[in-house]
Design a protein around this ligand. Structure first.
Ligand SMILES: Cc1ncc(COP(=O)(O)O)c(C=O)c1O
Length: 418
């Protein structure tokens, strides 16, 4: 947030109605309730679900699970995708696969969704928060480097936090609202300190960083297909990896660690029943076939928000960082500092005007005391409706060429907002 923006406005300039009007102009709906998100089922969802039901393969085994995994590999460019029940389970499994043990620490951005923190806690580890960057909304590489220089020490046990005596087992940047984080810088720092990198890409399917789909070059990354995501399976998630052995381990760990056998149930470690059911995968296949259209629609909406908010003083629409294309999963508007104290008034006005708008809740900040930039974002940010997918003509959400989107097509669909 530029200081110039803060200095030209005062709290008395603040008119919540102006912001809500701008939202309505962008979305093109002068009246009626505007939800935060409505999923679109304009493809083969019903046909695939019917196929599942007729085949009786509705549970954790079935052809759609394999098909969904292969489609995810094609779309992201990752060598292996393993479909699981939700993004939190994907993250939990990623941390386990990265070697996070009870008593370890995992570095997480201070501004994130609670699932990131929960998955760390499920491993018996402790989150260690570093500040977020106003440029990317994600983990700030400079803050990360400074923090590690201040507290970390390389030992035979791994990299240790001198202040707590705990091992720092992983660094987990998150692509906030779909905007790719400064991945190269963070990966270089993780590499220098010998710490595993786990990408929380839950919000960012379809986003690219320096021409590559996020998660595609990661040793481990997690996706979510919750109902509010760009592509939904109802509930679902996936682990992405470029390491064949980790891919095999990911499948094993998330399918109750059962050894392959024609009839015997032999399990060689404590595993998780995290398999994505065939029904959900069927929905996911139909949704992935429409990803190009969803991305284009999200980006049109983001471009419209950028245009209307350019004329509203004291408000900044959050655009994709340089060298990236964002899927604009969630559109974020940052209020100038003097407006922060009146943000809740904006919420009340939005509700009264039938526009959903939620403040960013930084659970991480609440737990550990918030680093400055993350706190600024958490208290000054609001979310206008994040899609008009629900209202777009069905044809705009359909794929334009073959039914399976490729990483190349996915990138070409990710047009700049203006
Ligand atoms: C950043 C982040 N991580 C993890 C998750 C967890 O995904 P799920 O809701 O599918 O468990 C979500 C989303 O919902 C998320 O936004």
């Amino acid at each position: 947030m530029s200081e110039a923006m803060d200095s030209v406005v005062t709290s008395s300039d603040f008119k919540p109605e102006t912001i809500v009007d701008a939202v309505r102009r962008a979305v093109g709906t002068p009246n009626g309730v505007l939800g935060l998100h409505e999923p679109v089922f304009a493809g083969k969802e019903i046909a695939y679900l019917e196929e599942c039901i007729k085949s009786t393969f509705v549970s954790s085994v079935g052809p759609f699970v394999d098909r969904f995994e292969r489609m995810l590999e094609q779309v992201t460019g990752a060598k292996r995708a393993v479909a699981v029940v939700n993004g939190t389970a994907a993250l939990h499994a990623c941390f386990r696969l990265a070697g996070v043990e009870p008593g370890d620490e995992v570095i997480s951005p201070a501004l994130t969704f609670i699932a990131t923190t929960n998955a760390i806690a499920y491993c018996g580890a402790t989150p260690h928060f570093v500040d977020s960057s106003l440029a990317t909304l994600g983990m700030d590489p400079a803050a990360l480097a400074l923090r590690l220089e201040a507290i970390a020490e390389r030992t035979a046990r791994g990299t240790i936090n001198r202040e707590t005596g705990r091992r720092i087992a992983a660094i987990s940047p998150m692509h906030t609202f779909g905007h790719p984080v400064a991945l190269d810088e963070i990966a270089a720092i993780a590499h220098d300190w010998g710490i595993a990198l786990v990408e929380d890409a839950a919000e960012s399917l379809g986003s690219t960083y320096k021409g590559h789909a996020v998660g595609s070059r990661a040793r481990l990354a997690a996706l979510s297909f919750n109902g509010n995501k760009i592509v939904t399976t109802g509930g679902g998630g996936a682990i992405l990896t470029n390491d064949e052995e980790l891919g095999r381990r990911a499948k094993h760990l998330t399918t109750t660690a059962k050894l392959p056998h024609k009839w015997a149930f032999v399990h060689d470690e404590i595993g998780f029943n995290y398999r994505l059911p065939n029904l959900n995968a069927a929905l996911g296949c139909a949704q992935l076939e429409q990803l190009d259209g969803f991305l284009a629609s999200k980006r049109r909406l983001a471009a419209a928000y950028e245009r209307v908010f350019a004329d509203v003083p004291g408000v900044r629409f959050s655009c994709e960082p340089e060298d990236t294309t964002s899927n604009y999963w969630l559109n974020a508007v940052l209020l100038a500092e003097p407006y922060a104290e009146r943000r809740d008034e904006l919420g009340d006005t939005a509700r009264a005007m039938a526009v959903s708008r939620l403040p960013v809740g930084s659970s991480a900040s609440r737990i550990l005391g918030s680093p400055a930039s993350a706190r600024a974002m958490a208290t000054r940010c609001c979310w206008p409706p994040l899609s008009w997918l629900g209202r777009c003509p069905a044809r705009a959400c359909r794929p334009t060429r073959s039914s399976a989107p490729s990483a190349r097509r996915l990138r070409s669909a990710a047009l700049k907002p203006r």
